[in-house]
Design a protein. Structure first.
Length: 160
């Protein structure tokens, strides 16, 4: 992996500086997206085909994790309009967990959370802090219905 961290780098994920004898960092919004994708596809996962009815500004990926749980990443690229997404897995096997990647707006540089947690404006650990927030979603007639805010994403995990 090649991560650019030099000053002024457009693709920079984080900044780290030595301040008063301690390393202090801050992360960019893209960092949260990479954390979500790392959760969505843990080692040993297998990418699955996805049938998209409405391609527009909605994107989705699905993986089967090593524990046979289905993980679906949903992304709303629309900057102003919330969207409803219906996920129809081959078999709805009960309650799913929904973890949201939220932001105050499409161009926000702060206030981003993953599952209700944030690294914060400055960090010495790089770990998410705060109370985790996962929503439980029940299937209705074999479908999971998820509302995505503008410029947001979510990870839907169905039990294996």
């Amino acid at each position: 992996m090649n991560i650019h961290t030099w000053r002024g780098s457009a693709g920079k994920l984080f900044d780290v500086h030595l301040r008063q004898g301690r390393w202090v960092g801050s992360v960019r919004p893209e960092y949260y997206g990479l954390l979500m994708f790392a959760q969505a596809a843990p080692p040993g996962s297998r990418l699955l085909p996805v049938v998209r009815v409405n391609r527009g500004q909605l994107r989705s990926w699905a993986v089967l994790d090593p524990h046979r749980s289905l993980r679906v990443v949903l992304i709303n690229d629309n900057l102003t309009r919330a969207r409803w997404i219906i996920v129809r897995p081959p078999m709805a096997s009960g309650e799913a967990q929904l973890e949201r990647l939220d932001t105050p707006g499409a161009h926000a540089r702060k206030g981003i959370t993953l599952g209700g947690q944030s690294v914060g404006p400055r960090t010495t650990t790089g770990l998410l802090a705060g109370s985790p927030g996962v929503t439980l979603v029940q299937p209705v007639a074999g479908e999971y219905v998820v509302r995505l805010a503008p410029a947001s994403a979510a990870l839907l995990t169905l039990p294996g």
